[in-house]
Design a binder for this molecule. Structure first.
Ligand code: COA
Length: 700
């Protein structure tokens, strides 16, 4: 049982603001509660009435002889605080606040909402809303909403941040005969959020698929935790609109600029196992697929068609969606060859030809479904004169029962002539579309879920024994004392070194003599770089000199850099010149971190150097829940990986050393929430080991 079982199964519900007037929200809610078959007590509350819809009406909640367990509020916002207070005193457990006029209206509304939440917290009441349509559960049953009707019973829970979406989907669902277990309108999410309802639906035995429409999440880390656990139990499919706040942050690093606006959500969904729908049709196609079909065992798809063109379209789409065209066994090919006309294509896609009647579709589909190399099948029917759509649909329905473990989809590619066949397929729970693409998108979503289901729900944080927190704290203290948010290169190198990341030794020199002394100690040749927190692109202002192999060159290099910078940027504060040991070249990569407001640190890995923004060969993962195998796949999904493995006869680089740096950067970001961005670009990866050359760290 989840925390919210009582919200969907209260013993009694007070409807505050219940009304006799037809068409008023307070009247619709009373009727909805009666009509849905709710079997607890319905308690209308209205000071001016003694009876509403045949039920006794109470003047206020505290006048109800036996206190209600839940209240639905449908009174104007100004009255809500006072009423909530009475509900709290009466010991109610749940409030569903339909009323609008809270944070969505501005500052005053926000304050009202804050006070309402305060009252709920004081009395330990959980609240849905405010500013919501309410909730429905077809199995409880309960309809504590002002929706125009009640869903058909089914196994899909729909959680929506938009109330209008709830109303539209409900209406549409009658037309297509789609059933739901729950409908939840989240409203302003002052207390209960998407995460609470995802967690609840994941425990609900009447729910097979969880669907969400959200515009944002309330608490990123909590959402990740809940979604990770829920998606191991059942599919969680989310349509997220709008863009994340990360994009609004001015990004001063390469990593920040590359991350873009929606990336944190994309990564969060991917890492937690949420299937992301790109649009409304996709959201519901996936819901229908998961509700009616088994999850495929793998990604190998068979296509049966009576026409070449659609077969090619489907094949292209299968490849686009990272699925595979199944390769049939010899026996399958032999059977198809023996039964089908000689002109048929007996390899995948199987073309049973334009003159195929239902028997050919039946034989071909039965044969490929029996093939151990086929995980799912799509049947494409085009309406030729001899086509038998109804009989073909019936044959498919029969084969669905014969092969209950293999998902089956159809595209009835036409209009009126195929309508009856399409209806039979839908009734037989075979998702049927007009074109192949949505069928294949659905299979692709299901295949990605089959991988997610088997991943561990709990992840162990990356831990390292040799971390020097003290040095990092002291460095940040000094930087803040100096009223800076950007670390100097030498400070940044010190920070990452404290986390066991091999950095090219870098020391700050205030004058040419100091620079020479440092170089004597570090060993020649060295690189000189201007040290200024305001200068991000040092080369552009003549602030870098490489390969200096004598004391003279260092002295003159120091002076030249100072002259250049003063000429280009006369008013910028300069701290001196950094002397860095000149490192041998390796494979140039970037390792970085940018912090998302909602989900926390995002780790980045990719091809480094000056063209990072142009090449955009970068992969990202959230540090929250990051595992070593995720870091491995981050590396593997970039082109930089090809270089690291040794391109065109070059020796392979030390990928393990790169992996360790990434893990340590992730740890550093997790340990110090004040770090906004880290850019290590380039890191040189060698045949043995790796070295961080240029390190930028900004703090908040
Ligand atoms: N306790 C109980 N009932 C009370 C009351 C109290 N303290 N004070 C007033 N009422 C009664 C009213 O007398 C009225 O009953 P009546 O129809 O018999 O006169 C009823 O409660 C409703 O109050 P009323 O002032 O008529 O409000 P309303 O029905 O016009 O509007 C809301 C109330 C909640 C519907 C409205 O404020 C609102 O928020 N509408 C938007 C809802 C919405 O869109 N939500 C988000 C969806 S996404």
């Amino acid at each position: 049982m989840s925390d919210l079982t009582g919200l969907f199964n209260p013993k009694s519900v007070a409807i505050i603001g219940a009304s006799k007037s037809p068409g008023k929200i307070g009247n619709v809610i009373v009727k909805n509660m009666i009509n849905c078959g709710y079997n607890g007590k319905i308690l209308p509350v209205n000071p001016r009435e003694s009876e509403i819809e045949g039920l006794q009406c109470y003047p206020s909640v505290d006048k109800i002889p036996e206190p209600a367990e839940m209240a639905v509020l449908s009174v104007p916002a100004v009255k809500s605080l006072e009423i909530a207070e009475v509900c709290g005193k009466q010991g109610l457990k749940y409030l569903v606040v339909i009323t609008a006029g809270f944070k969505e209206t501005g500052k005053e509304g926000l304050e009202l909402e804050r006070k309402l939440l305060e009252i709920c917290r004081k009395y330990n009441m959980r609240m849905l809303g405010p500013n919501c349509v309410g909730l429905m559960d077809t199995h409880a049953p309960i309809n504590a909403s002002f929706a125009a009707g009640f869903p058909l019973q089914g196994e899909i829970a729909f959680i929506s941040q938009s109330g209008a979406m709830v109303l539209s989907i409900l209406d549409w669902s009658y037309k297509v005969g789609l059933g739901f277990s729950k409908f939840i309108s989240l409203g302003n999410k002052a207390d209960l959020t998407e995460a609470d309802f995802i967690a609840d639906a994941s425990e609900d035995s009447n729910t097979k698929v969880i669907l969400c429409y959200i515009e944002d999440v309330e608490n990123g880390p909590h959402f990740l935790d809940v979604a990770r656990r829920a998606s191991r139990k059942k599919p969680v499919i989310i349509l997220k609109s709008g863009t994340s706040q990360a994009g609004a942050q001015a990004a001063s690093s390469h990593t920040g600029a590359l991350a873009g606006s929606d990336l944190a959500y994309e990564t969060a969904f991917q890492q937690s196992g949420v299937i992301r729908a790109r649009n409304m049709p996709e959201l519901f196609d996936l819901a229908v697929a998961f509700a009616n079909q088994p999850v495929p065992q793998g990604d190998r798809v068979a296509v049966i068609t009576n026409s070449g063109g659609p077969g090619i379209v489907a094949t292209d789409n299968i490849e686009d969606k990272n699925l595979k065209m199944a390769r049939f066994t010899k026996e399958t090919v032999e059977s198809l060859r023996n039964y089908l006309p000689a002109e048929s294509n007996i390899y995948n896609p199987v073309d049973v030809l334009g003159d195929a009647k239902a028997d050919r579709f039946h034989f071909a589909l039965q044969t490929v479904l029996a093939d151990p190399g086929v995980d799912s099948a799509v049947v494409l029917v085009c309406p030729a004169a001899v086509t038998e759509p109804v009989e073909t649909a019936r044959a498919m329905a029969q084969l669905k029962n014969e092969f209950p473990d293999k998902p089956l989809f159809a595209a009835m590619m036409g209009g009126a002539r195929l309508e009856e066949g399409a209806r039979i397929l839908s009734e037989s729970h075979i998702p049927c579309f007009t074109f192949p693409e949505p069928a294949i998108t659905s299979i692709s979503g299901m295949v990605s879920y089959s991988r997610i289901k088997n991943l561990p729900a709990k992840t162990n944080p990356l831990s390292f024994g040799d971390i020097d927190l003290k040095t990092v704290k002291a460095t940040f203290y000094d930087v803040k004392k100096d009223n800076r948010l950007v670390l100097l290169g030498s400070e940044a190198a010190e920070v990452i070194s404290a986390y066991g990341i091999p950095a090219a030794p870098t020391v700050l020199a205030l004058n040419p003599d100091q620079a020479v002394a440092h170089a004597d100690r570090l060993g020649y040749p060295v690189v000189l770089k201007i040290a200024s927190p305001k200068i991000l692109h040092k080369t552009d202002v003549g602030g870098v000199k490489v390969g200096l192999d004598s004391r003279e060159k260092i002295s003159s290099g120091f002076m030249e850099i100072m002259d250049n910078v003063h000429r280009y940027l006369p008013h910028v504060a300069v701290y001196g010149v950094e002397v860095q040991k000149m490192m041998p070249r390796g494979v140039e990569i970037i390792i970085g971190m940018t912090r998302d407001i909602q989900f926390g640190p995002l780790l980045a890995f990719g091809l480094g150097g000056i063209y990072v923004n142009l090449l955009k060969d970068v992969s990202f993962r959230l540090v929250n829940g990051l595992t070593e195998s995720e870091i491995n796949s981050m590396i593997a999904e970039t082109k930089a990986y090809t270089l690291l493995r040794g391109y065109r006869g070059e020796k392979p680089a030390d990928i393990d050393a790169v992996l360790k740096i990434m893990g340590r950067v992730a740890r550093l970001a997790a340990d110090f929430p004040e770090i906004n961005e880290i850019d290590i670009n380039p890191v040189f990866a060698y045949n043995q080991g790796a070295s961080a050359l240029d390190v930028k760290i900004t703090i908040s």
